[in-house]
Design a protein around this ligand. Structure first.
Ligand code: 13P
Length: 242
């Protein structure tokens, strides 16, 4: 399996800015062979990015979706619409959605189920806050997120990509050490009999990517801020084996 390098653009880049960014990225890294690159722009840029990457090896992902396929859900987006725009992936349960938008484990569970049903690959985010880590509750929090998020779909975990994103490391410049990340990845992996894929996310940058990817537990990364800088993201995509 190739390492997975996913870029979460969050609420950045309008359609024309997205075109500029993806074009530059294609020039710099479009030739990469041994990495799976997933680009997750905002909803409003999906069509533009989809069009530009269609003949490349880059894949498209969305940052969220609703659990219903359609209906009276003003302002929400169906996973089927995402598929029709060329998305193969969708980020589910990102900490910004949990903590800022009030998304619950139950909502996340419904979204994961729908994504499985309609054939979108979820990038399922889990992770503890700084306070929870300080209180020594990291494993308990992760276990709870896994248990509730995966209710009734435990047998399908091999079809989901997990992303361990400690909340204290997101956008803070405080990266988990490769060892801290590795320990949690091991803990997550231990919960399942099937082999699962686990990415790390949280302040990944050009300076720490090589040491993170040197950990065998880390099978890829979910990158926020640094994925908006084409040169830096290219360095991340083309990380060097240590
Ligand atoms: P940063 O890389 O900006 O810390 O964001 C990580 C993240 O939330 C990716 O989903």
């Amino acid at each position: 399996m190739n390492p997975i390098i996913a870029g979460n653009w969050k609420m950045n880049k309008d359609p024309s800015e997205s075109r500029v960014l993806i074009q530059r990225l294609l020039e710099l890294a479009g030739d990469v062979r041994d990495r799976d690159v997933i680009i997750c722009p905002p909803f409003t840029s999906l069509a533009a990015v989809s069009e530009l990457i269609k003949n490349s090896r880059f894949k498209l992902g969305a940052q969220n979706m609703h659990w219903e396929r359609n209906g009276a859900f003003t302002g929400e987006i169906s996973g089927l619409f995402l598929k029709s725009l060329g998305c193969e992936y969708v980020i589910i349960g990102h900490s910004e959605r949990r903590h800022i938008m009030g998304e619950t484990d139950e909502m996340i569970n419904k979204k994961l189920k729908t994504a499985l049903e309609i054939g979108l690959i979820s990038i399922f985010c889990i992770g503890e806050t700084e306070k929870e880590r300080e209180e020594g509750r990291t494993e308990e929090v992760i276990l709870n997120q896994l248990k509730k998020g995966l209710r009734d779909i435990e047998s399908e975990v091999h079809k989901i990509i997990f992303a361990y994103e400690p909340v204290w490391a997101i956008g803070t410049g405080k990266t988990a050490t490769p060892r801290q990340a590795s320990e949690v990845h091991k803990f997550i992996r231990k919960q399942f009999s099937k082999k699962i894929t686990i990415l790390y996310g949280g302040s990944v940058n050009a300076g720490n990517i090589d040491s993170l990817m040197a950990e065998k537990e880390i099978e890829g990364v979910l990158v926020g801020g640094a994925s908006l800088k084409p040169e830096e993201f290219t360095r991340i995509i083309k990380f060097q084996q240590m």
